[in-house]
Write a protein that binds this ligand. Sequence first.
Ligand SMILES: CCCCC/C=C/C(=O)SCCNC(=O)CCNC(=O)[C@H](O)C(C)(C)COP(=O)(O)OP(=O)(O)OC[C@H]1O[C@@H](n2cnc3c(N)ncnc32)[C@H](O)[C@@H]1OP(=O)(O)O
Length: 250
Amino acid sequence: DETSGITTITLSSAPANTLSLELLTNLIEKLRDIEKDDSVKGVLVTSKYNGETFISGLNSYDMHNQTDERLAKYWTAVQDIHFTMYSFGKPIVAAINGDAVAGGCAFVLTCDYRVMMKGKRTGLPEAQFGIVAPFFYIDVMKSVIGNRQCELALLEGKIFSTEEAAKVGLVDEAVDLNLVLPNAMKKLQHLVKIPQPAFKLTKQTLRQADIEKFIANRDQNLKTYIQDLTKHSVYVIIRIFFYIVQGFQN
Ligand SMILES: CCCCC/C=C/C(=O)SCCNC(=O)CCNC(=O)[C@H](O)C(C)(C)COP(=O)(O)OP(=O)(O)OC[C@H]1O[C@@H](n2cnc3c(N)ncnc32)[C@H](O)[C@@H]1OP(=O)(O)O
């Protein structure tokens, strides 16, 4: 919208907005363009699958049965989206109109404000898959909900209902579906009116330690990811699909 300076990104990767290499590559490019475009003041992110899924996590197919080169490309994109969103110089608000699990939860945690539809699910279930969540997923959750709540959640791979997520501050508002977009937009319209250099610097200052840690550790994390997936991918993928079919333990 040219008058408000707000851009809406509607994720629409069938069937359930998995964070595939293609989706991530397009999104990173779009966000980098927006960052340079002075006419854009803020970004609202939502999903085409209104009332169903916001993001169903990383794409299982991109993590299984791939060459090391392809795995590296995928994981670099996973790291890049995290870093690009978390260090984004303009306000980003998530209008979470469906489930946002695993990589989907980490994605919304990088935003500045989260409005989520009641009765849906979010959280980092990696422990239920028998794996450790990437350190930058853990760090962003810790910075949003605090160390103790993060321990309670991650040690058991807890999947929160929207209402539970709102109680611990994992999302900022739990609302009926029809209010997700309007409430998210209202918050964003407020955020874009804050003097932008102050907004950007304050955000940078708050997030600087995590960003520096991320930059220092990303190469090692990429190596570890490729080794782990080469060894364990069959097991991990089977667990993920088990939870797609059976649902997560609450
Ligand atoms: C080793 C390093 C990895 C470290 C970090 C990992 C992070 C991750 O993000 S791993 C991926 C974790 N994601 C999940 O476990 C979510 C799995 N999905 C679900 O639990 C559900 O799909 C849902 C709760 C998000 C939505 O449920 P529902 O509305 O009932 O939709 P369906 O389960 O029928 O799913 C529709 C369709 O989408 C396919 N799908 C869903 N998630 C994924 C995925 N992550 N990767 C690939 N495909 C996925 C699902 O199989 C269905 O496909 P069809 O059967 O062909 O319709």
